[in-house]
Write a protein that binds this ligand. Sequence first.
Ligand SMILES: [Zn+2]
Ligand SMILES: [Zn+2]
Length: 645
Amino acid sequence: MINITLKDGSKKNFPKGISVLDVAKSISEGFARNVISAQFNDIIIETTTCLDCDGSLELYTWDNENGKKAFWHSSSHILAQAIQELYKGAKLTIGPAIDKGFYYDVDFGDKSISEKDFKNIESKMLEIARGKHDFNMRSVSKSDALKFYLSEKNEYKVELIKNLNDGEITFCDHSNFTDLCKGGHIPNTGIVKAFKLLSVAGAYWRADEKNKQLTRVYGISFPKQKLLNEYLENLEEAKKRDHRKIGKQLGLFTFSPKVGLGLPLWLPKGTELRSRLENFLKDAQKKAGYEMVITPHIGQKELYITSGHYEKYGEDSFQPIGTPKENEEFLLKPMNCPHHCEIYNTFKFSYKDLPVRYAEFGTVYRYEQSGELHGLTRVRGFTQDDAHIFCTEDQLNEEFKNVIDLVLYVFKSLGFNNFTTQVSLRDPEKSEKYIGSDEVWEKSENAILKAVKDKNLKYKIEKGEAAFYGPKLDFMVKDALDREWQLGTIQVDYNLPERFKLDYKGSDNLLHRPVMIHRAPFGSLERFIAILLESTAGNLPIWLIPEQVAILSISDKYEKYTKKVLNLLEINEIRALLDNRSETMGRKIRDAEINKTPYMIIIGENEEKENCISLRKHGGEDLGKMSVEDFVDIINNSIKKIFNN
Ligand SMILES: [Zn+2]
Ligand SMILES: [Zn+2]
């Protein structure tokens, strides 16, 4: 007998050699039907694998990330088979599962494929899936594996196999198709009910530009047609929500090839919006005991050599700026931290002065390949809502909690209610990768874990994901389309205080190193605004949106009264746009709708006579007649509600 520990902690005895699927059946037949992948003692296995030793077993369904991974990994084999059957001579290379779906890199030789060919490939894939072929793993000797792919004339797989050790090579068979594979499949092809190929792109073999360019075919698959339909609807909706499109519509930002790729230009409305975000955070930070600092956009190369950033960004980023003076070199700053360390160093702090918290909306510059640039989410110059906290080790937990509070306040104020966190710890097996003693790491990791627990955050732990200089906490938000966005991050750092020789005088009168926390609740203003636009489809929170109300007058006969209303709103600090174009009311309403303006004030003969306004909400709801004062109350109360809850 073997003893198996299940996910819920329960332990059960089974006969040696029992299959994963049979273990699942012992829980329930219905559950077993949904199990598509499994993990045994931290290794992903097949559902057909037989267990012959004690251990812990996790069973995955489609609803689990690992389940999806096995599903998509298996689907990529189906894609590979379909391509091989349809395109004689096409050479398969690698085809992994990705976050959403899978791809396969193929050398089509002198043939090429485009989106026009997708339908044909998809129907072939569906035909293979319907055959309900089992996925079977088998071990192969290196020489047999090489023989197989030499006969297939596939130099790519041959190269892959040459880099593997004899004894660890496995093939996966399904139907009459064989692929080199490490494993992790669903039971059979029939579980895949719907396919969609999404795009083709060029990709160099082994991501090296010197190698041949292959065709990468992206696809996704689902266990139900309905799930594919939902996915495609979301994809359509995501296109509509593209922040580049909304940003243009709302007149927030632009790019000019003359200024340079990846360097956003903020238009007046976008600049105002940005300032509102900045002021909002400035106020919150002031209350939380931060002090604002300002540092230059460039710094001496030596500064970044000291900080280690030159090593990290130097060669692959903007190159040093020379001056008329020989050997004098400056760099565009890739990070604000070194500057803040030098500010810290201008003072002589004692333990009584700590924590010290320096905040800056600091613009940094990092070179990204032009192909990597994307709207505001991948740019070459961006402004971080940066801050660095210098504290004692004993203060770390408390400070960490304070930062969490600040991040949560930001999220709540902007309507990000669906978020999770990830605690990134070091890999204890590879302590040589990290700087700082075990004791220091343990202390800071515990400080973070305690803080997340104290704050009741939903979190997962990722071992080995910490930076080399310290553990961190990342916040991820999910939007209405089920897309996950990485937002703010909080990092503990023992490295920079050491490199910059920061110190403070302890109660023992000796000098000690402070611990440093880096944190940015928004991440960067550019990226944050992009995410805000995409997640809200441009319907920004009322306190933030450029125009809170549009005043639409039925005719210019009421110009005087309209101006009076506008004036009253301005006095009450309501941001209003007066649309006095000689357009029809229908057109004006439509434009205000496109502009995502939350409220529309309509003014005609009756409103003037009764000294009131008619109010319409974005989306069409008629709120009837009211006084301007009542409308001001509506706006102010809805803002109060956001900040006081
Ligand atoms: Zn496989
Ligand atoms: Zn920093």
